[in-house]
Ligand binder design. Sequence first.
Ligand SMILES: [Zn+2]
Length: 837
Amino acid sequence: MAIRSHLFCFLITLLAGTLNAQSATIQSPDEFLTYKLGSRFTPHHLLVDYFKYVDGVSDRIQLVEYGETYELRPLIAAIISSPANMKRIEDIRQNNLRRTGMLAGDTKDENIAIVYLSYTVHGNEAAGAESSMAVLYDLLKAGSPYAKWLENTVVIIDPTLNPDGYNRYSQWSNSVSAGPNNPNPTTREHNEPWPGGRSNHYYFDLNRDWAWQSQQESRDRIAFYLQWMPHVHADIHEMGSEAPYYFAPAAQPYHSTVTKWQADFQIQIGKNNAAHFDKEGWRYFSKERFDLFYPSYGDTYPTFAGAIGMTYEQGGGGSANRAVMLQNGDTLTLFDRIAHHQEASLSTIEVSSLNAAALVKEFGLYFKNSIADPPGAYNSYVISAHTNPGRVEDFLRLLRLQGIRYGIAAQDFKGLKGLSYLTGDQGTYAAQKGDIIVPASQPRAVLTQVLFETEGNLVDSITYDITAWCLPMAYGLDAFATEVQLAYDPALVTPTQKLSATERPYAYAMQWGSMPATKALTNMMLKGVVARYATSPFRVDGKDYPAGTILLMRADNRKHSDFDAVVKEVANSSVVPFTPIRTGFVESGKDFGSYDYELVRRPKVLALAGEGVRSLNLGEIWHFFEEELKYPIDLIEAGEIGTVALESYNVIVLTEGYYSISESTMEKINDWVSAGGRLVAIGSAINKLSGKDGFEIESKGTPEPDTSEKEPPVHHPEPYAGSDRRSMSDDIPGSIFQTTLDTTHPLCFGLGETYWTLKSTTSNYKWLEEGGNAIYLDDSPRYYGFVGYKALEKTKNTLIAGQEQIGGGSVVYFVDNPMFRSFWNSGKVLFSNALFF
Ligand SMILES: [Zn+2]
């Protein structure tokens, strides 16, 4: 079928040149695919073929391949408008960018709305991708009643934001259900196998990644998005089969930066959708469940970029397959789901076209106002460029990906009142010449504010996701915010180092404590370099070095023919400071021959994968090794661990999940640890060890908190209404806690004096009695974001990261997942310590 479609596509393209493109008859999806849209799931390559085919026969579309997935599938978007608009589409795009200030120059007055429809970011919410073909055809077919909208509207259709996940799902669906539908929800065709099609290749939820851009699909898409900056963005999903359709307006809480216009126009769009759904007699809801707070969604991220950002949700999703029986006796089909998304999509274009002038005007005002009067209390954010260049460069890379402007301080500034992100304290701070300055006043003012705030202004405690994400804390930056608007030089010089080509020092020292440092170390190890780390501070050649400093000694590498060349090549392509050291005779601390300089472990890593493992967590680990470090990792099915020769590994990562480990396997693991292995237990995996023979870790349990001052005495039974709200008192949906560090512990090397942890669990563990409490909470931890008062009580005096010695090896416990969504960068440094030290 694929070959025939390609051939057909080719013939049509040839013909198109000889026809008046506008009058060409466009094949419907049914005709092109040769089956009725909705009768099965369309393989991704055919979906792409249909868009290419339409691109070949219509003069009202321009198809863009804006990127590629990890599995090498194309990421495409169709730009659609009237023939007259398409002739000057680049002009329209640039004019809109000038409206935001992201492109210099004056904006021409023109009222062309830009509506961006994103389908199937969750690959198994596949009705979206199917409906994108129907919407494309509706807009472009001969005699389309919707063609008039295109005269003042540009529509961008991304048929699937997650082709790898979509392909995983559609292929599975077709493999188990090609004949008649079986709507019985307990049958195999309604139970997707692990890991399901929701996530991308590395099992990341791409609808949690807009702000962090840890994944290739997100980086490619947002680069494209920032070229267009639409006025309306709908992110089209599916949820459980029983739920009716959901559309705007969103539920509370709204982030405080959401403007009145954005909130009002959500209502207008919702009313228009409702009118269409009413006519059809379809059930729907709005104003519930889906809020506008966490910035990394396909509704909030566009909202913080000036758009009307929305989530649409159809009942269905992975388990619905092509038809599923509902509790009311009805059968929900893929045809129904496509029809609903099609209607909501067209309605969104309609209401945008009808209000194009207002949309354009308000979009322009959004940027004018946020540049002139940025939201938030601070006018400048200052990041020390001198403390840890590796962390800074990682952070600046994200700012560049987000189109956030920054520059460098051309002079010293003193006496700046503001907030330190390192300590969380208000005080007076100074900026040095060369420090990074991020101005609050800029086209991306709102996103800047959202990413730098310690916590959002949460008007309602019930939310869908984490409630704090402050990036300078996530990256562990030496940074502060100040009300003063600081002058900066926009010309940036990336710090580079050049180690002398001829010098052959006694040793090289490398600064530890950033992802670029972890990458440099693994890179050198893969090239055969042997490294040590200092277990205590030292001073040599007139310079002080902290514990954790990586030392590449000539003595350890005397048989490595390219030792200097490898170190210099890695150093000169990295921003991490490398320092040649002339002698091993130190001025303070221990000489380089001392046992205090231990060998860095060369990790041979096994991580548990497969059924029962939390795929998101596995993906975080897999992606960390394979994509970030380019370092090998063996993924082993959790059920197979008992059969594996553990002695080939020196690190085992117990991934989060509900898999079980048999008693005999646990004994085997325990013996392996005793013999020198390093076991790393993440988050809920600790439960598999807690209370078990041979492991000291123990759950803190759930003591009753002292509530005397927090709640009035209850004189009446609690009403049924509001019970979900009350359960929040026991919850931590995701908040930032300031921890206490034992800076002499190797798990803390490179972290500095402070570590902020992102806590999204209410599992708490006691301090380890035999020591090894590297990072912990005391009895009054500072925190940002929402924490239920009962849950807060339970976190006091608990472990965050600890190490228990067992024989010649040890277990490292990470109570909070340090790899969370791959955006908590200082967590990845912490994880690196468990690997190497
Ligand atoms: Zn979804």
